[in-house]
Design a protein around this ligand. Structure first.
Ligand code: SF4
Length: 472
């Protein structure tokens, strides 16, 4: 998927004016957000669970090499194959070569954000192989030729009426179908594809190192169909998804599922450890695990940002974020939207190209509060802002605009100098009184939707000095 992060302002502005999308997005707060709060507060020791999971993640990433080697040897012992891909392109080439060598014509896919990083559907189609998304939300966005809007609810921006129109246009069904009928239509279409497919491609929520087990969480059972019906199962998974032991899995499943949808447990949790063995009545003949880096090593090497790799991809920070709930998923311009996307996307696709994303936050802290592994997203956003102000860039060397850099430098100098800052405030407030009726001259994009209080006559420093001298 080609990043369009530089269009954040343009896209978010058009989403803000799209009343239909605004209405559809409002369901996130009353739905997922409230359900997560209810179930987490009803869970004994929720906070201890969060702390424990965070410690396990920290330990695993500190010893990632060790656990990846353990995982590899277990998967091979179970009869599977493991391929470590440095880049998304490399991972895609492995999957394509495999599909071509086995004469694959149709692939059924279970939801995988990583396959979006790889532009896998496009690459399969370019080779004449039909990819079929089997998660209902993903199926809808594939029919609409769009990209997912939300980590766990890819078609959240569409109402049932819009989906009925889409099905009518693409499949020829009645445009007045309700949700139940639409689901039934999708089920029939997909059932046939499951039977025809020669390859199933999935992501993975967790990779258990000590047993070589891939774990998938779904509510539709499509993950289980993708892993058991086709002759070949390929899992493409980011290297940060490893957890040390089967004994840790229960903890992570509870945190993930309760934070994602507010369910106590999802309808399907699939654990699979390689191809079918002698005597098994179903399962794939071949299993390939593709463990993908694609820039994750750079995040790991950065002590300020490495905790972004603790992410379970539950989507709770998106539902909690007042910015995401207004600007929606497509504004962020790449695979990962919302607060965690604002950290991960610039790291993986280019800090200067995604320079608006670290600023797409009010720093209210709702994302950190919602996160099941307490990832400190606001701290990382501030860090990235400071990196940008100093003209840093990664992973590619693209320089930040000279005006941006000069403004940040001037701002930094003024704020670091109390006397200069107070003098500028004094001049600014007099100027504002005369020319702007005592209000700050904000750009129209700010002043259109909010009002700031009048400027005070004295700065905090002046008031503090006055009160202190009065108290003495
Ligand atoms: S950062 Fe935390 S809340 Fe956001 S998706 Fe990742 S695990 Fe979930």
């Amino acid at each position: 998927m080609k990043p369009t992060t530089e269009k954040f302002k343009e896209k978010s502005s058009s989403t803000l004016h799209d009343l239909k999308i605004q209405e559809n997005l409002s369901g996130l707060y009353s739905g997922f957000y409230k359900a997560r709060l209810d179930v987490s507060s009803a869970t004994d020791n929720w906070e201890q669970m969060q702390d424990q999971a965070r410690l396990i993640k920290e330990h695993t990433l500190d010893n990632l090499h060790h656990y990846l080697e353990m995982l590899e040897s277990k998967v091979v012992e179970n009869g599977g194959n493991v391929y470590f891909a440095d880049t998304a392109a490399d991972a895609g080439s492995y999957v394509l070569d495999l599909a071509k060598s086995r004469g694959v014509k149709t692939v059924v896919k279970s939801k995988s954000m990583l396959s979006e990083e790889m532009s896998l559907n496009q690459r399969l189609e370019d080779e004449g192989i039909e990819p079929v998304e089997t998660d209902l939300g993903e199926y809808i966005v594939q029919l609409a030729e769009e990209t997912p809007y939300h980590i766990i609810a890819p078609a959240i921006h569409k109402s049932s009426g819009e989906v009925a129109e889409l099905f009518s246009e693409k499949i020829g069904t009645d445009s007045g179908l309700d949700i139940e009928d639409l689901t039934e239509v999708a089920r029939k279409q997909l059932r046939q594809k499951f039977i025809e497919a020669d390859m199933g491609i999935t992501g993975g929520n967790f990779l258990v190192a000590d047993t070589g087990t891939l774990t998938l969480v779904t509510n539709e059972g499509n993950g289980r169909m993708c892993t058991s019906l086709p002759k070949i199962h390929v899992a493409v998974v980011g290297m940060e998804k490893v957890i040390p032991s089967m004994a840790d899995l229960g903890l992570f499943l509870r945190l993930l599922i309760r934070s994602a949808t507010g369910q106590w447990m999802s309808s399907y949790v699939t654990t699979t450890s390689g191809p079918k063995k002698e005597g098994d009545i179903d399962g794939p003949e071949e299993f390939h695990l593709v463990v993908v880096d694609n820039g994750r090593s750079d995040i790991l090497a950065n002590p300020e940002l490495r905790e972004a790799l603790y992410c379970l991809r539950c989507g709770a920070c998106l539902n909690a974020c007042p910015v995401y709930r207004k600007v929606g998923g497509h504004s962020y311009g790449w695979v990962y939207p919302g607060p965690i996307g604002a950290v991960v996307t610039p790291m993986l696709t280019g800090l200067s190209k995604g320079k608006d994303l670290p600023f797409a936050s009010s720093l209210c802290g709702a994302c950190k509060e919602a996160c099941p592994v307490k990832i400190d997203i606001p701290r990382m956003l501030l860090y990235m802002r400071s990196e940008l102000s100093e003209g840093k860039d990664y992973p590619e060397e693209i320089s930040v605009g000279i005006i941006d850099r000069a403004l940040h430098r001037i701002g930094g100098y003024v704020l670091a100098n109390a006397k200069l800052s107070a003098a500028i405030h004094g001049i600014g407030s007099k100027f504002a009184k005369v020319f702007f009726r005592n209000r700050l001259p904000l750009p129209p994009s700010w002043s259109k939707h909010r009002e700031l209080p009048n400027l005070p006559d004295q700065t905090f420093t002046q008031l503090w000095g006055k009160y202190r001298s009065e108290g003495e």
